[in-house]
Design a protein around this ligand. Structure first.
Ligand code: CTP
Length: 398
C-alpha cells in the first residue's frame, strides 16, 4: 500500500503517455497522492485536464509560471515528493537526465530533487537498442536511478520488440517496492564484483572469467531490501545493478581504494574475483616480440587482499564481512580454511570447475560457511542465491 506517500509523476512526450493516466488511477487506488508534471510534448499526447482530473491535484507544465512559483516553487515541488516517477521516460528525457540538462520544469525537478527517481522507459525498439540510449541507461543506473521495463511486444509504431512501456500495474509494483521500508533501510552495504584487470603493458592484461552476474544480483537484492548499496565493480560483462551507487575500477589496488573510500559500512560482500597478482614492471610501451624468438618475462607481485584487510580492520570493522571462495578442488576444506585465514564472518563457497557451468553461467551451487559450520544450498539461479543471501544478511544485521 502507498497510503500517505507522495509521488511526483513526470509524464514524457511519447505515445505511452496515455498509459500514465491509468498509472495515476492505480497509484491513487493504493492511497498515493500523485502530482503530475507534463513536459511540453506530453501535452500533445494527453491533456493536463485529464491528468489533473484523475490525480485530483494541480498539474504542472511550465517552469516559468509565476503563479506556480508563488504557490510552490520548483525546488519545493521536487523535494515534497517521496519518489519521482518518470513515465514514459522517452529517449529524449533519458538523454537529458544522463547529462544533467535542466531546460524545462520536468528536467529541473529531476536535477533539484533529493529523492529517488524511478523511470519507465518507452520508445521505438531501434531507439531503445541505440548505443546512445544504452550509454544513457548505464549512466542513469550508476547515478542510482531505478528502472522498470521496458517490455517486449507490439508497438504503436508498428514494430515489435523491446521498448514498450511497462504496464501501469508493473510500474505501481515498482513504486511500492521503492517506497517500502525494507529490513535493511538505513544500512550501508558495499558489494565488490566482477574481475580485475592487471596491466601487463598498455594493451595486455591479466584477467579472469568472472562475469560479475552474482555480485550484481546480490547488490540488487540488498537494495530491494532497502539497503543503500555501494557497488564496486571491476570490468564486468554483466549489466550493472539498478538502485546502487556504482564505483567502477580496473585493478585490485583501485578496488581496495574504492572500498576503503566507501567505508563505513554495516556489511561488505566480497563477490569480486580479484586477480591474485599484478605485473610490477608494466611499462608505458607495448612489449614487442623478440626477433630471436626470446620470450618476455614478467615480475609479479601479490595484490593486496582486500577482504583480509577489511575483515581485520582494528577500528570500524563492518559488523558482517562476507567472502567468496571460488574453488576447483576440495571446496569445503579449502573454503573453511579460507574463512579462518581471512578473518571474515561468512564464506560463500562454490565449485567453479568448467563442467559445473557456474563461471559465466546463470546458476550457482553454493555452500555457506558461517561460525556454525557449512550450510549446503541447492543449485539455484544466481538471482535466488542473491535473494537468500540478502535475506540472511538482513536477519543478521537486524
Ligand atoms: N579477495 C580479495 N582480494 C584479493 C583476493 C581475494 O578481496 N586480493 C576476496 C575475493 O573477493 C573473495 C575471497 O577473497 O571474496 C576469496 O578469493 P579467492 O580468489 O577464492 O581466494 P584467494 O585469497 O585468492 O586464494 P586462492 O586463489 O589461493 O584460492
Amino acid at each position: 500500500m502507498l497510503a500517505g506517500k507522495r509521488v511526483l509523476l513526470i509524464i514524457g512526450g511519447g505515445i505511452a503517455a496515455y498509459k500514465s493516466l491509468d498509472l495515476i488511477r492505480r497509484l491513487k487506488e493504493r492511497g498515493a497522492n500523485v502530482t503530475p508534471v507534463l513536459t511540453r510534448s506530453a501535452s500533445e499526447f494527453v491533456t493536463p485536464l485529464s491528468a489533473s482530473a484523475l490525480a485530483g491535484e494541480k498539474v504542472y507544465t511550465d517552469l516559468f509560471d509565476l503563479t506556480d512559483e508563488a504557490e510552490m516553487g520548483h525546488i519545493q515541488l521536487s523535494r515534497s515528493a517521496d519518489l519521482i516517477v518518470v513515465a514514459p521516460a522517452t529517449a529524449d528525457l533519458m538523454g537529458k537526465m544522463a547529462v544533467g540538462l535542466a531546460g524545462d520544469l520536468a528536467t529541473t525537478l529531476l536535477m533539484a530533487t533529493d529523492k529517488r527517481v524511478l523511470i519507465a522507459p518507452a520508445m521505438n525498439v531501434r531507439m531503445w537498442e541505440h548505443t546512445a540510449t544504452k550509454r544513457n541507461l548505464e549512466t542513469l543506473k550508476a547515478d542510482g536511478v531505478l528502472t522498470v521495463g521496458p517490455d517486449e511486444g507490439d508497438m504503436a509504431c508498428g514494430e515489435f520488440g523491446f521498448g514498450r512501456m511497462a504496464e501501469p500495474l508493473e510500474i505501481t509494483a515498482a513504486v511500492e517496492a521503492a517506497l517500502t521500508d525494507g529490513p535493511l533501510k538505513g544500512r550501508h552495504v558495499i558489494v565488490t564484483s566482477g574481475p580485475t584487470h592487471e596491466p601487463i603493458d598498455p594493451v595486455r592484461y591479466i584477467a579472469n572469467r568472472s562475469s560479475g552476474a552474482q555480485g550484481a544480483a546480490i547488490a540488487e537484492a540488498l537494495s530491494g531490501l532497502g539497503a543503500s548499496v555501494t557497488f564496486v565493480s571491476g570490468p564486468a560483462t554483466s549489466a550493472m545493478p539498478g538502485g546502487c551507487k556504482i564505483l567502477r575500477v580496473e585493478t585490485a589496488a583501485e578496488m581496495k581504494a574504492a572500498v576503503e573510500q566507501a567505508l563505513p559500512a554495516d556489511a561488505v560482500v566480497f563477490a569480486a574475483a580479484v586477480a591474485d597478482w599484478h605485473v610490477t614492471d608494466a611499462g608505458p610501451s607495448k612489449i614487442k616480440k623478440d626477433d630471436k624468438g626470446g620470450l618476455p618475462s614478467f615480475k609479479l607481485a601479490e595484490n593486496p587482499d582486500i577482504l583480509k584487510t577489511i575483515a581485520n580492520l582494528p577500528e570500524n570493522r563492518p559488523k558482517l564481512v562476507v567472502g567468496f571462495a571460488a574453488e576447483t578442488d576440495q571446496v569445503l576444506e579449502n573454503a573453511t580454511a579460507k574463512r579462518l585465514r581471512k578473518g571474515c564472518d561468512w564464506i560463500v563457497a562454490n565449485d567453479v570447475r568448467p563442467e559445473t557451468g557456474i563461471m559465466g553461467g546463470s546458476e550457482n551451487d553454493v555452500c555457506l560457511i558461517t561460525e556454525n559450520g557449512p550450510e549446503n544450498w541447492p543449485r539455484m539461479s544466481k538471482r535466488d542465491v542473491a535473494t537468500r543471501l540478502a535475506q540472511k544478511i538482513a536477519e543478521t544485521l537486524s
